[in-house]
Design a protein around this ligand. Structure first.
Ligand code: FES
Length: 582
């Protein structure tokens, strides 16, 4: 296949030449049973598969890949499936986020190195989707993403459950003594009962809708359950679309634009989506060469109602969202806020794609005039405790705590919290603010989802289920509560969070976007010099080899998406090359 300049597809550089190199490349496919007619002169579509038994949300992607292949072949292309690193939330220690950038590099370099003309990205669990989008944006070869879809609703004794919002809710009840261990154990099979990602509006669900808002997946694909046959039909369509993307030389850089990123951010806000996705979207923007600062979120959040009535902010689950019309119906309800002309991988604009979308359940996807929250699900906070910003998910918080001043109860790390939170002698009341240090990008390391600090058992026993909690960590998108996250600069690099001591007063005003440590400057200066002395005398126990060597030196703070400083931007792969074969 040639373009208008007479250049041929890049895959021809591998499979075209009648020389030793071409001989070896063709042999590598014939060795797997392919006839030369199956691939000669056809667009080669890579299928980057993050299937893994260690990532249960992605464990069905091998089947999905087979359906992508059908679509590629039917459209006249040749599929070439290859594995990528896979990042599962449940099994990966210390946290999957530590490896997101590693996976993004893997995806980028495999796209760059393999004999492919375009790529279908198969992702699902939280970090796999942003990692693939980041890698694809940097390589800038024609690409489409196919997520594996959400799980079906959990059902325990007739009660619909969502992972992992309800695992957390019942965990608090177990700790409060209102259910038994046996009852809690019996939920394990009842909640995780089908292929797919967590089915509340957590990070994976948020990122799936973001894929659609960015135009990087076909319309309607975000919410089809993993167990639904329509997910496989969708995968087949995506395979065919990938061939079209190559034929038209449509690249991620034509889709991931400033306007599309704003559509994605507006969607996240109107979903009451995961705060993690703020970090991921910032990183994806960076890979596309676009600065997407926290101030942008300030600006956008003020005009977006939360209209997705989904847990953890609302009541329903992704299966309900799909039956209600999914992302197209959702976009249509906020179309007046979105950039309507942004293109999709199918070649149509957003407005064209949602023109015929109907909402089948106005209780799940609300009309803006009946919004769950009228003014945005997320607030950006700044102040003396977070000079470079912090985030709070207002839609999942207790409204009576959004303006609160309280006494700090400080934990120096996640392990310190783990060891002391249930100490009967812990000096804590329901009006205090729980503060955790050293859980940011460097301190974690990897910025673990430790920001959903558990309430002390003795507070739970009083019937209290929420307190203000503050850290430089992230929080699972499935969690809830008045939780301030992503405090920047993080404590491990000397941010003001490191200076907080037990008994200090902290003022949170989410309505005004403020987070302040009410301690006078002289005292803070004294504490800072004490801290610097302590840091100079303590040995840094961080490993200084391998991946951690790179990570510790190059990871950026949360307001920059926690990407590596050297990975920002893109270096487009040539889609067509001069053909030198004879
Ligand atoms: Fe994979 Fe929740 S564990 S999305």
């Amino acid at each position: 296949m040639t373009n208008q300049n007479g250049k041929v597809l890049r895959s021809e550089a591998w499979f075209g030449p009648r020389d030793l190199e071409g001989f070896l490349h063709r042999s590598g496919l014939k060795n797997q049973g392919w006839d030369e007619d199956s691939f000669a002169g056809k667009p080669v579509i890579g299928i980057a598969n993050s299937w893994s038994e260690a990532t249960h949300c992605n464990a069905h992607l091998r089947q999905i890949a087979e359906h992508v292949k059908r679509g590629v072949i039917a459209a006249g292309g040749f599929p070439l499936e290859f594995p990528t690193i896979s990042l599962g939330e449940f099994f990966l220690a210390p946290t999957s986020m530590l490896y997101r950038n590693l996976m993004a590099m893997d995806v980028e370099e495999m796209i760059r190195g393999l004999p492919i003309d375009g790529v279908v990205l198969l992702s699902n669990c939280d970090k796999t989707t942003p990692a693939m989008l980041m890698g694809a944006a940097s390589a800038d070869l024609p690409a489409i993403i196919v997520t594996g879809g959400p799980q079906l609703k959990g059902n325990w004794r007739g009660e619909e459950l969502g992972s992992c919002t309800d695992c957390r809710r019942y965990w608090s009840e177990l700790r409060a003594g209102t259910i038994t261990q046996a009852e809690y154990d019996s939920m394990e099979e009842a909640i995780y009962r089908s292929p797919g990602h967590c089915m509340v509006m957590g990070t994976a669900s948020t990122m799936s809708v973001i894929c659609e808002a960015l135009g990087m997946t076909l319309p309607g694909g975000a919410a089809i359950p993993g167990a639904d046959s329509r997910r496989r039909v969708f995968a087949e369509r995506a395979g065919a679309t990938a061939v079209d993307l190559v034929r038209n030389n449509t690249r991620p850089s034509q889709l991931i634009t400033q306007e599309a990123l704003e559509n994605a951010a507006l969607s996240l806000l109107a979903l009451g989506g995961s705060t993690n996705a703020i970090i991921h979207l910032t990183a994806i923007a960076g890979r596309a060469g676009i600065d997407f600062p926290l101030s942008k979120w300030d600006e956008l959040s003020q005009r977006v109602p939360v209209i997705a009535n989904l847990k953890p902010s609302g009541k329903y689950l992704m299966e309900d969202f799909f039956y209600a019309g999914g992302a197209p119906a959702f976009f249509k309800k906020i179309l007046h806020l979105l950039h309507e002309d942004c293109p999709n991988v199918n070649g149509k604009t957003l407005a064209e794609n949602v023109a015929d979308a109907d909402c089948h359940n106005d209780e799940v996807i609300l009309d803006p005039n009946r919004a769950l929250y009228p003014d945005g699900g997320v607030s950006i906070l700044r102040g003396s405790l977070a000079p470079d910003g912090a985030v709070i998910k207002r839609s999942a918080a207790s409204s009576n705590l959004l303006q609160h001043t309280g006494r700090a109860v400080v934990f120096s790390s996640p392990s310190d919290l783990h060891n002391r939170i249930d100490d009967p002698d812990l000096d804590v009341t329901e009006n205090d603010i729980l503060v955790m240090q050293n859980a940011g990008p460097i301190g974690g390391p990897g910025m673990p989802e430790a920001g959903f600090l558990p309430l002390p058992r003795k507070i739970l026993a009083q019937g209290i289920r929420d307190m203000v909690r503050i850290s430089d960590a992230r929080m699972s998108g499935t969690a809830f509560g008045t939780v301030v996250l992503h405090v920047s600069p993080e404590s491990a690099i000397g941010g003001p969070l490191a200076l907080v001591r037990n008994g200090d007063l902290i003022s949170l005003d989410a309505n005004e976007g403020r987070l302040d440590l009410l301690v006078d400057d002289d005292e803070l200066t004294r504490r800072r010099s004490e801290l610097e002395t302590a840091n100079q005398t303590s040995s840094n126990g961080k490993p200084d080899r391998g991946y951690m060597h790179v990570y510790n030196r190059h990871v950026m703070q949360s307001q920059h998406g926690c990407d590596f400083d050297f990975a920002v931007g893109n270096t487009p792969v040539e889609t067509h090359v001069e053909f030198e074969g004879g």
